[in-house]
Design a binder for this molecule. Structure first.
Ligand code: TZP
Ligand code: MG
Length: 223
């Protein structure tokens, strides 16, 4: 098993992790623009999550990923691809994020080599298995009610983060689901290294300003 980076370096990528696809912004151009603004606002990682009705496929998906990866690379921010290991390898992404229903984490770890591997978890047991499979970080949620994931599980709240930490899970960790600048500090106060958001940035009228506020809120505890 070859993890990409020491945990301390991964933690530094997690304070504000922006997740989005064209379905969240209303198209490719809007996604590229939103990412540019979010990068200016200080996001620390970006995940392309291109799924759901109308998701781009094939060459259009590849071209979009390349454009987004280029923007991230210019800023020195990791570019992660949701689920699609082939796409991640094709565009030389910095990593892949998988859920419990996707390809097994250990198999993805082998295919990725030293790229970053993130795994979504909902229980202590899933977190232990993600660690054993070689995950570099875990995402857990939903922290709060979300409209961005139709099949989201029941709200677990920051209590889930506390439960994972109390059980000895030391992996770098982000909370996700319904996070805003109002509640982000509760997630990091519970023991998360950062927050992952879709709509708080993709749905903001000023995504740059939204990112600035979210990062301040998330880091008010860990800094
Ligand atoms: N996984 C758990 S909740 C969620 C995902 C991808 C959606 C997060 O979106 P938002 O808009 O930040 O609630
Ligand atoms: Mg998935």
């Amino acid at each position: 098993m070859s993890r990409a980076l020491p945990p301390a370096a991964v933690r530094r990528m997690l304070p504000l992790y922006f997740v989005a696809g064209t379905g969240n912004t209303g198209g490719e151009l809007a996604l590229l623009r939103t990412l540019a603004a979010a990068l200016e606002g200080g996001i620390s990682a970006f995940q392309l999550r291109e799924k759901g009705p109308g998701a781009l496929l094939g060459r259009a998906r590849f071209a979009l990923a390349l454009g987004l990866r280029e923007q991230c690379r210019r800023r020195g921010v990791p570019f992660i691809v949701n689920d699609d290991v082939e796409l991640a390898l094709a565009v030389e992404a910095d990593g892949v994020h998988v859920g419990q229903e996707d390809a097994p984490a250990a198999e993805v770890r082998r295919r990725l080599g030293a790229r970053l591997l993130g795994v979504s978890v909902h229980t202590v047991d899933e977190a232990r298995r993600a660690a054993a499979a070689g995950a570099d970080y875990i995402g857990c949620g939903p922290m709060y009610a979300t409209a961005s994931k139709p099949d989201a599980r029941a709200v677990a709240g920051p209590a889930l983060v506390r439960q994972l930490r109390a059980a000895g899970i030391t992996l770098p960790l982000v909370g996700i689901g319904g996070i805003t600048s109002e509640n982000a500090a509760s997630v990091t106060a519970a023991g998360a290294d950062g927050v992952a958001v879709i709509s708080a940035i993709s749905g903001a009228s000023d995504p740059r300003a939204a990112a600035v506020l979210l990062k301040q809120a998330a880091m008010s505890i860990n800094s």
